[in-house]
Design a protein around this ligand. Structure first.
Ligand SMILES: *[C@@H]1O[C@H](CO)[C@@H](O)[C@H](O)[C@H]1NC(C)=O
Ligand SMILES: *[C@@H]1O[C@H](CO)[C@@H](O)[C@H](O)[C@H]1NC(C)=O
Ligand SMILES: *[C@@H]1O[C@H](CO)[C@@H](O)[C@H](O)[C@H]1NC(C)=O
Ligand SMILES: *[C@@H]1O[C@H](CO)[C@@H](O)[C@H](O)[C@H]1NC(C)=O
Length: 895
């Protein structure tokens, strides 16, 4: 993530805006209006929406305070429209040229009439659209029954020829402008939005960045009370280009992602800019005969109680709601649940590609979704309702979780294995960054760290390979990683006092006379560090990856002693400990903020205690307590090296929760919820997260919060979605990509392995089988397993088979009990409400074997203690030692 810095300029004082920059007509004032549920402002001249607050609340979902920077032509707002059309007769084979229309391109006043035919404001947009257009567009702002705000467009063909409308989009705007805002202000005023590109069920969820307070949702507006299917599908969500780059808002940057539009028709784009890309939905167009018109509309609704209420608000608008459990990433050989709530019955469900998925009805509105035999990758279900609505649900099919993890281990330690011991930088042997498009290891990159085995971008690959051993060791892979530790990590990446360098590759030809730097790269950029800059040891983030690597090898050495040849477990645990302590010294920067992946520090602390290393445990605890105490005193403790991002939350949550700073821990959970909505298509989120690995790491926050409060299943839904993301990044051959590009002209995986590693840390530390009671009654989902399949036996005993990618962690929500093992797998477990638990341990075929595992029992949300009652098991390291010579069933009961 490191390497691209945005220079933030402080806000200019709010001087009067120059005439030339006021194409919106701000100087002529606003119309302040209200519906039952909202207070809103339209610009009088342009009639676009620029402020939207829930009634009786001062929170604005739109950037009204930055409006003066967004008043020029080409800057979009709610109420704008873009389209492409051609004469229908020119379509087809000769593919007539599409003609563009855009209400923001060259604004002219379109002062509307108020209170005409039930609308708040009605405007004919002709003046602000290209002249000579056959399209006559009328826009109405309305109060929808129930008090919501409606936005309606009537598009009439007033020409003489039939026309084909090949694109139609409604620009959206939210206050996602972080630019120039101090952290506390950003947390207070901004919001983040996520689309569900699901045709008639499509909608946009908008959550305040602080994570609590009212949330907003934009759904299709049903036009005409009697026809439920007369609504506006979301066929695509297109990123809008704005040509004005200004430093006040920094459109399209790390601090302001930019805006999108709700696209109803996309054929004209699919034929051109997006050709060759597999879109979310089938591209369509509409033909309008002379005199014919089309009506579309959107509806704004508020969820007063916040993000957890969004599903029920969406349903109340007549929009179908889908809830996928455990989410939308399904492993081959397992099935997912899909719960559909709609006012109309399901008429048919089909898969695209055909056969990729099968949906089997199990009860009203409840389907089991199963991947077809060899299906892999993206697939969607198309659900046709009796009232004519079409809903699409997007899935990603992965290999069975443990198999994908095994593939990753193999790929990273073979294809990514760099063994050129003549390398003058001392990088061999190691697991290096890989370029999947070139099918080659990245041995040079002007971002030196990417080829320099440090930073997220360069350490990511060996980090993932090592963490894989912690959850599923392989003798051959462990041997290679041990040679990496002795030959590179504990030799060149680290110095003898445990410092971690920022990169061991550098650009300084005089220092490596025989080495040929690629002349086609630009090495003059500031991030092409020379040796001294590369060897700096002052970035705390880099230490986490190293500590995690040692910890993973400690776990292997401890649970599978036959697999490590170079060192015993105590060496690796001490290396992990010393590396953390070194990172906390005053010559290292960023150690006062939360660090990506530092949940592993907590694992290291727990293992020091279990090993009886009391004095080391106490020093580490002391050091973490200082940080947690500081965060507890800060209004917004989520600092980072970037202007704004979401990398600090995981560490802040871990330690404030650990030390019992309840309010700060809760504030952190809310902050994570603010940017991780329970989205439908998993894939968009990967890119719409400002940092892709934020998905895997921040899910650790939500999963932990769920373990402390299993009544809040929303935490699990969002957290489990996030922790599944890193599984979908693993390709069929085991290569794992850093991220997925979600803009509609790309829709594909990144070619670099890059900083995937931290995402895999999230998978390794968070994956498990989680049982949750999701409520009964109408629309209730009942008792459910995420990452497993659950059965309730006659008599009430609940039996669960695990299927998550790790299979070593089980959380039984209704009992508040967490079970963990350090070797083998938990193949299944069962429990009774009274507290008797039975858990079966075994070893996966094709994976290294060992003699015994340690089983730990924790009760994060129960005041009842549990103990092992199976005779003959011995206590070990704070848990119980379970022999694994055959499958072992362990009985546990409350005391
Ligand atoms: C567009 O349609 C509106 C509403 O029917 C009508 O009042 C207006 O005159 C039309 N505009 C033009 C330029 O024909
Ligand atoms: C309802 O509206 C849809 C979409 O505009 C249209 O296709 C359908 O024919 C309409 N049905 C009725 C009964 O009017
Ligand atoms: C390096 O790895 C390649 C591919 O695995 C192998 O063919 C080669 O023999 C190795 N070279 C050394 C010096 O180990
Ligand atoms: C549970 O265990 C803890 C720690 O050993 C102990 O302090 C506590 O009293 C126990 N509670 C019950 C109900 O036995």
């Amino acid at each position: 993530m490191f390497g691209f810095s945005i220079i933030l300029l402080s806000l200019c004082s709010p001087l009067a805006i120059a005439q030339s920059d006021d194409n919106l007509g701000l100087k002529n004032g606003y119309l302040s209006l209200a519906t039952k549920n909202f207070e809103l402002k339209l610009v009088k001249d342009a009639g676009v929406l620029v402020s939207l607050k829930p009634a009786g609340d001062s929170f604005d979902f739109l950037p009204f305070d930055y409006l003066r920077y967004r008043a020029r032509n080409g800057q979009y707002h709610w109420g704008d429209i873009t389209y492409r059309y051609r004469e229908a007769s020119t379509g087809g084979n000769d593919g007539g040229r599409w003609i563009d229309g855009d209400s923001a391109a060259a604004r002219k006043p379109v002062r509307g009439k108020t209170n005409e035919q039930g609308a708040l404001v009605t405007s004919v947009l002709t003046p602000t659209l290209p002249s000579n257009s056959p399209l006559n567009v009328t826009r109405r702002w309305t109060e929808v029954s129930g008090g919501d705000l409606g936005l309606r467009f009537t598009i009439r063909n007033q020409g003489r020829a039939a026309i084909e409308l090949g694109s139609l989009g409604f620009p959206t705007e939210f206050n996602s402008i972080f630019t120039g805002r101090p952290a506390a202000e950003m947390a207070r005023v901004c919001s983040l939005s996520d689309p569900y590109i699901g045709m008639h069920a499509g909608h946009i969820r908008v959550a305040p960045t602080k994570g609590n307070g009212p949330a907003l949702v934009v759904t299709p507006l049903i036009i005409g009370e009697s026809n439920n299917s007369n609504t506006t599908p979301m066929e695509a969500y297109r990123n809008l280009r704005e040509d004005h780059y200004d430093e006040q808002t920094a459109y399209g940057s790390q601090t302001f992602e930019g805006l999108y539009e709700w696209q109803v028709l996309t054929k004209a784009w699919a034929e051109n800019e997006w050709s060759g890309v597999e879109p979310w939905n089938a591209p369509s167009s509409r033909v309008l005969q002379p005199g014919e018109s089309l009506e579309f509309g959107l509806r704004f609704s508020v969820a007063k109680g916040g993000v957890r209420e969004l599903d029920s608000v969406v349903e109340s608008t007549g929009t179908p709601v889908a809830v996928g459990i455990p989410g939308y990433i399904i492993s081959q050989g397992s099935s997912a649940m899909l719960h559909l709530q709609s006012t109309s019955d399901v008429e048919s469900i089909t898969a695209n590609p055909s056969g990729a998925l099968t949906a089997t009805r199990q009860a009203a509105g409840r389907y089991a979704v199963t991947p077809g035999g060899s299906a892999w990758g993206r697939a969607r279900l198309e659900i046709q309702y009796g009232d004519g609505k079409l809903q699409t649900v997007h899935y990603y099919i992965s290999k069975p979780g443990t198999e994908a993890v095994s593939d990753l281990g193999r790929f990273s330690t073979t294809e990514q294995w760099f063994n050129d011991t003549t390398d003058p930088f001392g990088r061999a042997p190691s697991v290096m960054t890989y370029d999947y498009e070139a099918k080659a290891i990245v041995t040079q990159d002007p971002r030196t760290w990417v080829a320099g085995l440090s930073d997220e971008g360069g350490a990511g690959s060996f980090l993932a390979a090592a963490m894989k051993q912690a959850v599923q060791p392989s003798a051959e892979e462990v041997a290679k990683l041990e040679s990496f530790v002795d030959g590179v990590l504990w030799k060149t990446i680290q110095t003898t006092d445990f410092s971690v360098r920022k990169s061991i590759f550098y650009y300084e030809p005089s220092k490596v006379p025989g080495f040929k730097y690629n002349p086609s790269f630009d090495w003059s950029v500031w991030w092409s560090w020379n040796k001294q800059a590369s060897y700096a040891i002052n970035r705390a983030y880099d230490y986490v990856h190293v500590a995690a690597t040692y910890w993973a090898l400690y776990r292997v050495a401890r649970a599978y002693p036959a697999l490590t040849q170079s060192h015993t477990w105590d060496f690796y645990l001490n290396q992990a400990y010393q590396t953390i302590m070194r990172s906390m010294k005053s010559d290292v920067g960023y150690n006062r903020v939360g660090l990506m992946g530092e949940t592993v520090f907590g694992e290291i602390l727990a293992d020091l205690k279990r090993e009886g290393e009391a004095s080391k445990a106490s020093s580490l605890e002391q050091s973490m307590r200082t940080r947690a105490t500081q965060w507890n005193s800060e209004e917004v403790p989520f600092g980072s090296e970037m202007a704004w991002d979401s990398t600090g939350q995981e560490g802040v949550y871990y330690w404030t929760n650990y030390f019992g700073f309840k309010n700060t821990a809760l504030k952190t959970v809310n902050s994570v919820l603010g940017f991780m909505p329970a989205l439908r298509g998993k894939l968009q989120r990967i890119e719409r997260q400002i940092h892709h690995y934020g998905s895997g790491l921040n899910s650790l926050v939500l999963l932990s919060a769920f373990r402390r409060d299993p009544s809040d299943a929303y935490l699990l839904r969002v957290g489990y979605g996030g922790v599944s993301g890193p599984l979908s990044s693993i390709h069929a051959d085991g290569f794992a990509a850093a991220s997925f590009h979600s803009w509609p002209d790309t829709l594909k995986w990144d070619g670099y392995s890059g900083d995937y590693g931290p995402n895999f840390v999230g998978l390794a530390l968070g994956s498990g089988t989680y049982v949750a009671d999701m409520g009964d009654g109408d629309g209730g989902i009942g008792l459910t397993a995420f990452g497993g399949s659950l059965k309730v036996e006659p008599g009430g005993r609940v039996t669960v088979t695990t299927s998550d990618p790790v299979r070593r962690r089980v959380f039984i929500g209704p009992l508040g009990v967490l079970l963990n093992i350090d070797a083998g797998i938990i193949s299944e477990f069962s429990y009774e409400a009274g507290g008797s638990i039975s858990v079966t341990l075994s070893q996966l075929g094709g994976v290294a074997k060992t003699d015994a595992a340690v089983l730990w029992i924790e009760t994060p949300s129960s005041s009842v203690n549990y103990t092992v009652t199976t005779a003959g098991l011995q206590k070990a390291r704070g848990g119980w030692r379970v022999p694994l010579s055959t499958d072992a069933t362990v009985e546990i009961s409350s005391v």
